[in-house]
Structure formats: C-alpha cells, structure tokens
Design a protein around this ligand. Sequence first.
Ligand code: SAM
Length: 162
Amino acid sequence: MKNEFGFKQAWAWPERVEKFFKKEIKNKKSCHVFCGSSPLGDIRIDIEDNGHLTHKADILQGLPFKDESFEVVFGDPPWHIAKHLRSKIMYEMRRICKVNGMIILNANWNPNNLRGCFLLEPIYISGGRMPFGNSAMIIRYLKIQSEKDRIIDLKNKEINDG
Ligand SMILES: C[S@@+](CC[C@H](N)C(=O)[O-])C[C@H]1O[C@@H](n2cnc3c(N)ncnc32)[C@H](O)[C@@H]1O
C-alpha cells in the first residue's frame, strides 16, 4: 500500500538544518524519527527506507524502544499530518526521551502543550532558507518529568476532579 506521507526529495533537510541538528546531538544518545534521507542520529527511524534508516517502523503504532532510552529525540514529521495524530507522535517522542533530555521538532505546527516537558525557545526558519518555500520552526522541549511520575500525576488529577 502506498504511504500517503512517503518521503519526497524536496523534504530533505538543507545543509543548514542538518548542521543545526548535528550540533544538538553531538555526544548524546540520539534517535532521529522521520529520518527520510538523513544520516543523522544514532538510531534512525522511518516508515520507508531511503538509504539511512536503522529501524523501519510506524511511529503511530509505537516505537520499539523502552521508555526514556535517548538523550535527544528529534525529527521532521509530515507537516500536513492530521491534528489528532500530531499528539500521538509527540507522546511517543516524549516517551522514549530521558528526563533532562531534549525533544526537537522541525514542523510548521507547534504541539502547544506537551505535559511533563518545558518548552524552550522556538527557532524560526524563514521560508527563504528552506528549499520548498514554506516556513517552519524548530521547537525544543526539555523533558522534566518521568513517564511514571506523569502517569501518577494524571491519576491523582482524575481522583481530585472526581
Ligand atoms: C518531512 S520527511 C523527513 C525528511 C528528512 N528531514 C530528510 O532530511 O530527509 C517525513 C518522513 O516521515 C516518514 N513518515 C511518514 N509517516 C511516518 C510514520 N507514521 N512513522 C514513521 N515515519 C513516517 C516519511 O516516510 C518521510 O520520510
């Protein structure tokens, strides 16, 4: 079956963006989701093989890694993916990220409130710097709460809310 979000060459990161991420992941255990044609990251995941992946997986079905496995989880999801699927992507990226680790996203949407994480400054990339004329942001989150503590918090909230 054809993947409607399958890789297109026009989506490949320009050198400038690759350089940015290269610096962010230096000396850190990293996982690159939606890696497309990029060789960056210790582990590289995509739903289809474009030459550099280490794991073929659909993030919407869950990734084959334990909670809190990586210091940096980063990626460039399909920008037009449906809103309800955006949260699914973000939850999975958060799940495999260690506490005090970073989740970095390159998208034209902002996953406004990622629980257990602290939003660091969004970095705007002007249309002119991208080869395909769109504007996007690089958004950094610092994960400050473990998966376990976040679930306990949610349960307590349910009890308090009745
Ligand atoms: C915007 S492209 C990423 C391009 C990449 N930054 C590069 O430099 O080549 C998005 C990628 O997400 C992959 N993808 C789409 N849906 C996916 C899913 N459910 N799980 C994992 N990868 C997916 C596509 O195959 C595509 O390679």
